[in-house]
Design a protein around this ligand. Structure first.
Ligand code: CMX
Length: 435
């Protein structure tokens, strides 16, 4: 058994009695109330999920297993001579709650190396898809095509004790995570680089290998580590994480669940916003010719978008009520590495003008930027300028958190998810609407 699986097994044994006790002895305790606005309004703020891998405070932002982003980046082990930690170590942290040692990270990296090979039929299928397929559709299709590899599905069919569900789920999670960077890089090179594929290097860590397979030089390895870590987990109510959890709750295996969560991430109000931001910025750039817009001109672009009934991509959030610390972490990176870049200048100017405009506009509850406002500009700077690919990068990262959660869902025996719906008539009756 790998060190990670052994550690996880101990953690699961220690955690299970807590969930059992809550259910058995405190099952009737009220957690909150639900009002009409929440029932109609996308369940905003309804506390109805349990997730231990991360917690999102509206004012502070995300904490991964109790650690803020700066703490996470500082505490996790790093490859020599780089700024960003091993993605492998971050997965270890999300799964176990512990900061891994160098040896723990090496163990996970070795596991990923062993499991990384992607079946040829996946590549054949991707090549057979129409050339104008969206990379997110290709990514989702590739993952679900691999479902036949699921160890959980096989063991379940053969008869599996519920207490052991988590074990083949963990195996599936490790297999999927090992393969995703290869699938993502393959899609990139197939779609935009004439299918000129670059083989992985078994000596490299996940971030380093991804940069190699993408064909992008340093510090893109560090950009990749940062991306995958920052996008990994945002508690579990967001569309992608929730979809992954929901689908897995039917005991659909992790391949089905991750493919489904990718589909949710592909929406413009969620992960696709990083593509939309670049599209929006490029549009501004094209309209300006070679000129950098003044703040007044930038304000007009923002107002024009709002007045035409569209959202400003990269701004607003369902939970956050301040600048997203994932935005801040990427901004710090930009200030260090691409301070004088034109596009970064645009992003920075947007940051100066947009929150006040959104406040004046009066609709968005959160006028501040989210993770997607800053992420595309970094990719663009390092040469990955095909912005319809950006959400795939989000997807590789998000799979880390979603898979860690699914393993725990199975370990703690969470049931099939099934909230109750009511009709508008019933809601009117509950609300006492006079007709
Ligand atoms: N620009 C213009 N209007 C916005 C806005 C924005 N950036 N953010 C919110 N609003 C509007 C909403 O569309 C809504 O309008 P209506 O009353 O006409 O329906 C109103 O403000 C209230 O919305 P809210 O309660 O503040 O926000 P929600 O929780 O409903 O939605 C989000 C959150 C992220 C979907 C929304 O802020 C948005 O559309 N942002 C732009 C897209 C984006 O950046 N998405 C990425 C989020 C991060 C991620 O998941 O990757």
């Amino acid at each position: 058994m790998s060190g990670l699986k052994e550690k996880l097994s101990e953690k699961i044994d220690a955690h299970r009695p807590r969930t059992t006790k809550l259910l058995k002895e405190y099952g009737d305790v009220k957690v909150g109330e639900v009002n009409v606005q929440q029932v109609i309004g996308g369940m905003r703020g309804v506390k109805s999920l349990v997730t231990d891998t991360s917690y999102l405070d509206p004012m502070e932002g995300i904490r991964f297993r109790g650690y803020t982003i700066p703490e996470t980046l500082a505490k996790l082990p790093k490859p020599e001579g780089v700024e960003m930690p091993y993605v492998e170590g971050h997965f270890y942290l999300l799964l176990t709650g512990d900061i891994p040692t160098e040896n723990d990270v090496a163990d996970v990296a070795q596991e990923f190396q062993k499991r990384g090979e992607v079946p040829q039929y996946v590549f054949d299928m991707l090549k057979a898809m129409p050339a104008d397929s969206h990379p997110m559709a290709m990514f989702s299709a590739a993952i679900v095509a691999m479902q036949r590899e699921s160890k959980f599905a096989k063991e379940y069919k053969d008869g599996l004790d519920k207490m052991k569900y988590w074990e083949p789920t963990y195996e599936d999670a490790m297999d999927i995570l090992a393969k995703l960077p290869r699938v993502a890089a393959f899609i990139y090179r197939l779609k935009y680089k004439n299918d000129d594929q670059i083989a992985p290097d078994p000596k490299l860590d996940l971030g380093g290998n991804f940069a190699k397979m993408m064909g992008v030089d340093k510090p893109y390895d560090d950009v990749s580590r940062m991306y995958f870590i920052l996008h990994s987990d945002h508690e579990s109510g967001n569309v992608s994480a929730h979809t992954g959890h929901l689908v897995a709750s039917a005991l659909s295996d992790a391949y089905y669940a991750v493919s489904a969560m990718i589909n949710g991430l592909a929406g413009p109000l969620h992960g696709l916003a990083n593509e939309q931001v670049l599209r929006w910025l490029q549009d501004v750039k094209a309209k300006m010719g070679d000129k950098t817009p003044s703040e007044e001109e930038m304000k007009k672009f923002v107002w024009d978008t709002l007045n035409s009934g569209q959202v400003i991509p990269g701004y607003g959030h369902a939970v956050l009520r301040k600048t997203d610390p994932r935005y801040a972490a990427q901004r710090d990176f930009c200030l260090k590495h691409l301070k004088d870049d034109t596009l970064f200048g645009y992003v920075d100017m947007l940051y100066r003008v947009t929150p006040d405009i959104l406040k004046e506009h009066g609709k968005a509850k959160n006028p501040w930027p989210n993770v997607d406002a800053q992420s595309g500009v970094i990719q663009w700077y390092y040469g990955v300028q095909e912005y319809d690919f950006y959400t795939v990068l989000f997807g590789v990262g998000r799979a880390i958190g979603v898979l860690a959660n699914i393993v725990w869902d199975r370990a703690l025996g969470y049931p099939i998810e099934r909230p109750k719906s009511i009709t508008t008539d019933m809601l009117e009756e509950i609300a006492g609407v006079k007709k």
